[in-house]
Design a protein around this ligand. Structure first.
Ligand code: CO
Length: 144
């Protein structure tokens, strides 16, 4: 029996979060809490393999993921060199199966950056090259 073409059934899920790179996560948390009035912000945690310290600003419609560089090889360091005050870094959409999503994206000519790996939400993620995606770094995140 021929294998079903996953590309025909692939669907993008909900927008999960917007990633915001910040030079200092404590200052950023204070800004979201004291100036913007966010009432639910998680404690900062380190995700060493991804080179980030992160916290989530939880909102009724989704999250802002604050990410500060962690370690000498953090991919966020280069971004902050270009944007010293920080800035919008990526947008994250949910997908049902990260391996299917990766394969479909590659079939459609997207450069997928690396293999699926555990992201800040504890599920598998991949990133799509911003040059293939209208200048936006896109994170795809597996959710169940
Ligand atoms: Co993210």
């Amino acid at each position: 029996m021929p294998k079903a073409d996953v590309s025909e059934t692939f669907q993008l899920g909900a927008m999960n979060h917007v990633g915001v790179a910040v030079p200092d996560i404590d200052i950023a948390i204070a800004f979201y809490r004291d100036v913007l009035g966010a009432i639910d912000i998680t404690e900062p945690e380190v995700l060493a393999p991804q080179g980030v310290k992160y916290a989530f600003v939880n909102l009724p419609t989704g999250q802002v993921e604050l990410i500060e560089p962690y370690g000498e090889t953090s991919p966020i360091l280069k971004f902050l060199e270009r944007n010293p005050k920080g800035g919008q870094h990526h947008v994250c959409f949910e997908v049902q199966d990260i391996h299917v999503a990766k394969s479909v994206m590659e079939t459609r000519g997207m450069r997928v950056l690396g293999e699926p790996r555990i992201g800040a939400h504890g599920t598998l993620v991949v990133f799509l090259h911003p040059a293939d995606a209208g200048g936006v770094l896109i994170e795809l995140m597996e959710t169940h």
